[in-house]
Design a protein around this ligand. Structure first.
Ligand SMILES: [Zn+2]
Length: 404
């Protein structure tokens, strides 16, 4: 969604306790301490009065109230000032602990985890410099995830034209490095669009990307008031991703959720859809454009429903407005881990369970915070509860599951 040139990585995490050292109140307190000291000197010793550094905080600030109020510190009030233990994510099966096989019925499901990356908004087709800078971001992101045995799914908008114009076939390289590649169309999103044009335009996008030697089976950014299910099938795609609430505009108005009955644009109704995680956990085959929440086993298209945006994971989970963008920080990592825990809870051992987050690149994400997430997921992967998958791999797993 958001377009932009290379922005500096956002870095927000402030280590615990750093603030206390530079806190102006500390200075103020030593002055107070000094005064008390002088007073003591003037008025003579008082039994057991604390030294300036140990000036006893007021009742409200007493040690034990859970608030580390200066001059309290680890030495003087461990109770209040011991930083909370770093969040350790439940590691269901510490890798070296032999676990007896639980009875079959309670075998937990495995969740296929992924990341959908929309490559958009850098003007790759117009500027070789920007295209070059964009490809650096793409390769850096791929290398970071590869370090943790993970693979991304890149969905290209203007990067396809950039490759054709400037020659560096970063998309074929990504496919060869095991990442997924697909089309990010951003078509059909205007109520004045001519619906007869949607299928041919989506097909042209597929054929253009295929001309780079990449295998193309899916598209995102195709939600429309037109029958985008039929158009996507006619354009030759097997599955579609990144569905947002705007997609209900192809349904009869009476069947749309009230809050999405009159969406003006995909940006205005950009919420993940369906809203409930359990309704997004398993792929399905939409019956038609007017009724795409209903599963039809004979349907020609598969929907892989998307999770939150990575940069706004915390805000989206809290139902906040994210149209002005978000700062990617540790709270977003926590929010994504919470969603993963919920998906694991809901997962069924005899079904394909998917969870993927979206990233518009668009805006680079702080690699340090991304790495925190990759590290947090590692114990789950080691425990066999989570497998990193590209979106084409999730589709293949679903088709294989259908085949029984
Ligand atoms: Zn987009």
């Amino acid at each position: 969604m958001r377009s932009g040139f290379q922005q500096p990585p956002s870095f927000t995490a402030t280590p615990q306790g750093e603030n206390e050292v530079n806190d102006p109140r500390v200075g103020r307190i030593s002055v107070v301490g000094l005064c008390v000291f002088v007073l003591c000197a003037c008025l003579g010793p008082r039994p057991q009065q604390s030294s300036p550094a140990l000036v006893r905080p007021t009742a409200r600030q007493a040690c034990g109230d859970g608030v580390c109020t200066p001059p309290e510190n680890m030495a003087t009030c461990a109770f209040d000032c011991t930083p909370p233990p770093a969040r350790t994510y439940p590691n269901p099966l510490p890798s070296n602990t032999p676990q007896p096989n639980p009875p079959a019925s309670s075998v937990p499901g495995v969740v296929y985890l992924g990341v959908m990356v929309h490559l958009e908004g850098w003007g790759d087709d117009k500027s070789e410099n920007r295209f070059g800078a964009h490809t650096v971001q793409i390769r850096d992101a791929a290398s970071l995830f590869e370090k943790y045995g993970a693979r991304l799914t890149f969905e290209s908008k203007e990067v396809t034209e950039g490759v054709l114009r400037w020659g560096d076939n970063v998309l074929l390289e990504m496919e060869q490095r095991g990442h997924g590649v697909g089309v990010h169309a951003d078509l059909g999103g205007s109520l004045s669009d001519d619906c007869a044009r949607l299928a041919p335009e989506l097909r042209a996008e597929r054929e253009q990307l295929e001309s780079l030697g990449v295998r193309v089976r899916h598209v995102s950014g195709n939600n429309s008031h037109c029958d985008w299910i039929a158009a996507t099938i006619d354009a030759g795609y097997s599955f579609t991703t990144g569905v947002v609430a705007y997609g209900v505009m192809s349904m009869p108005a009476a069947n749309r959720p009230p809050e999405f009955r009159n969406c003006k644009s995909p940006a205005a109704c950009h919420d993940v859809f369906p809203p409930e995680l359990e309704d997004r956990l398993h792929p399905w085959r939409p019956a038609s454009g007017s009724d795409w929440l209903t599963h039809d086993p004979n349907g020609k298209l598969v929907i892989l429903a998307s999770g939150q945006g990575i940069a706004c994971a915390q805000e989206e989970t809290a139902g906040q407005d994210t149209r002005n963008g978000c700062l990617f920080e540790h709270a977003d990592v926590e929010a994504m881990m919470d969603v993963l825990d919920q998906a694991l809870e809901l997962s069924a051992p005899d079904q394909v369970n998917i969870l993927y987050f979206s990233w518009s690149l668009g805006s680079p994400l702080d690699p340090l915070v991304l790495e925190q997430w990759l590290k947090a997921v590692e114990p789950y992967v080691k425990a066999g509860r989570v497998q990193w998958k590209t979106l084409p791999e999730m589709y293949d797993a679903y088709v294989a599951w259908e085949g029984g």
